[in-house]
Design a protein around this ligand. Structure first.
Ligand code: SF4
Length: 289
């Protein structure tokens, strides 16, 4: 029996990552040097390529001294942006429009005296920036760590999610907040980006149709790890691979139907290489018969 490979409909870079990578490449072509605070995208293969072209990852904003600087798709906290302007006046903004929309929402909610529940990863740069925009009347609720929280005094509450969070985890966390509801009014915003929702739905449905599911993407990527966890819940033979080399270590010969999906910061070239490898094992199997 031959192997069937089913490729997800939404693979490769999302809209926001495409924008960030194209802008970085354009600036690098012209200037030969560009700095970013942390990895521009959470994908080691894409980062290796950009570094070859001249991207320099800095850990402290002061290292951007007089160099062109790119703001990642996750955005920057306002105080960091102000600080950055002291070191360089050449700033390229690749903040994803979806992230920007949530930042503006959080700013408005804060100005309107809402207490904001930010549901997301406490260590993620997008959430760190949102927290700074929101100010004191805000708490980050990590849906995985499920930390308890003190009931705020403000009458109006608002719940907002990280753009790449799992929609299921967001719904569960909302229920937990509602259990403690002491507010007069509570407003829930679905701020999970449409790209994340589409890919999460696809991970769920494809995982149920195949013998094994391969999620291609960076292990530090928030949206990729969510896809992996969703796939794993439905199909225990779900694997997260970062590079085409990693797939060679998986014992995939026994699976007849293999699904492939990817995180939003995965280059299609990497996915093509994985498909090529899967076809090779299929050919070898046929030759042995
Ligand atoms: S996953 Fe969504 S929010 Fe994040 S960069 Fe891509 S389009 Fe923007």
């Amino acid at each position: 029996m031959s192997k069937e490979i089913i490729i997800g409909n939404s693979i490769g870079f999302c809209f926001g990552v495409t924008k960030a990578v194209s802008l970085a490449k354009k600036v690098l072509k012209e200037k030969k040097l560009l700095t970013s605070l942390g990895d521009l995208v959470h994908n080691p293969l894409v980062m290796a390529q950009l570094k070859e072209e001249g991207l320099r990852v800095i850990r402290d904003i002061s290292q951007a001294r007089k160099c062109p600087f790119i703001i990642r798709s996750h955005g920057l906290p306002p105080d960091v942006l102000e600080e950055l302007k002291k070191y360089t006046d050449e700033i390229y903004d690749a903040t994803c429009p979806f992230v920007r929309k949530v930042q503006n929402l959080v700013k408005k909610l804060s100005e309107e005296k809402n207490f904001i529940f930010l549901v997301g990863d406490t260590q993620h740069p997008e959430i760190i920036a949102m927290k700074k925009i929101a100010g004191d009347n805000c708490i980050i609720i990590d849906p995985i760590k499920k930390k308890d929280f003190k009931i705020p005094g403000l009458k109006n509450w608002a719940i907002v999610a990280q753009t790449t969070i799992s929609l299921d985890l967001y719904k569960t966390t909302i229920m937990k907040i509602l259990e403690k509801m002491k507010a007069e009014k509570i407003t829930i915003y679905n701020t999970v980006c449409p790209v994340s929702i589409t890919r999460q739905n696809e991970a769920h449905s494809l995982a149920g149709k195949v013998d094994a599911l391969i999620v291609v993407g960076g292990k530090k990527s928030s949206n990729t790890t969510k896809l992996f966890l969703i796939g794993k819940r439905v199909n225990k033979n779900t694997y997260l691979v970062e590079t085409p080399e990693e797939i060679k270590n998986l014992k995939l010969e026994k699976f007849k139907k293999i699904g492939i999906i990817s995180g939003a910061s995965t280059d299609v070239d990497c996915i093509r290489k994985i498909i090529k490898f899967l076809k090779t094992i299929q050919r070898k199997k046929n030759t042995r018969r």
